[in-house]
Design a protein around this ligand. Sequence first.
Ligand code: CA
Length: 324
Amino acid sequence: MTASDAASGVARIEVAVDGGGFEPYDGPVTAGGTDRHEVRYRAVDRAGNAEAARTISIPADISGPLTGNVAALATPTASYTAGWNSVLALNDGLDPANPPQAQLWGTWSGDHPATQWVRYDWPRPIRLTAAEIRFWADQPQGTGVGVAPPDSWELSYWDETAQEWAPVPDPSAAGTSTSQFNRMTFGPVTTSRLRATVHANGDGTQFSAVAATEWRVIADDPGTGPSDPAVAVTAEARCLAGSATLAVRAVNDHDGPVDVTLTTPYGTRSMTGVEPGRAAYQSFATRAGQVDAGAVTVRVTGDVDGEPTTRELVASYAGVSCGP
Ligand SMILES: [Ca+2]
């Protein structure tokens, strides 16, 4: 983790794991066991001001089925990121209309390369079917200065067998809009790495920089573990009267009753004896006006071939901002 501060400078970064006290951050944080963990982090400047803590959820086990946007489960990196921007903006789930520079990934610098790239790494290969990028610009195309909408972008995936990068198969055409997400579908690939190469726009002499507010990657993944007891999980952050809630639903697709535990950054709910075709549902109050992208874990137990069997599924959700 890194932080910057324009005034007095950053004194330190602090982290807190699973509700514990804040401690200085000086390297990788270890969280034991196989359960999911909540890690809060914040920067403190030399004047003693602490920023509002941000939370990242670490689903320790993502062996279950994954659907929807799985960007939040990835680690983002880039060919270059300006000091006032953040590569973490790519998958924080937030896509504000007028983002501050810290909520952008951007590449403005003294040199102006023709291409830049961003990359996601997941803890395991996931079956991916589409990606969406929303770009950002402060200059029009054709200027060769500032940050302009790029000419084009393309996707490569890490071929796990050949151990090399390869273009995604059958990519659809995709634009470079800064006012909406640009969606590119492709033939399904199961991979632990995806890379977007962005071709910068120029004036014939030099290239503008490129920037994006958010990069979503859509999965349709069956999971690596057993498929029973089958439960379909959805999670969605919503705004309710200016405050964010996180709605989680687990529909029992198994042939018998199941016990379900929904675990979120905003609380846990357990239900027993959920009948086939019925849903375990909970709307968790966040008591916040803004929620970063994250993931919920659903633990489900039911009889499979007469034996009690437990699975853990993960569903990601996009961030939401409920400001006035
Ligand atoms: Ca973002």
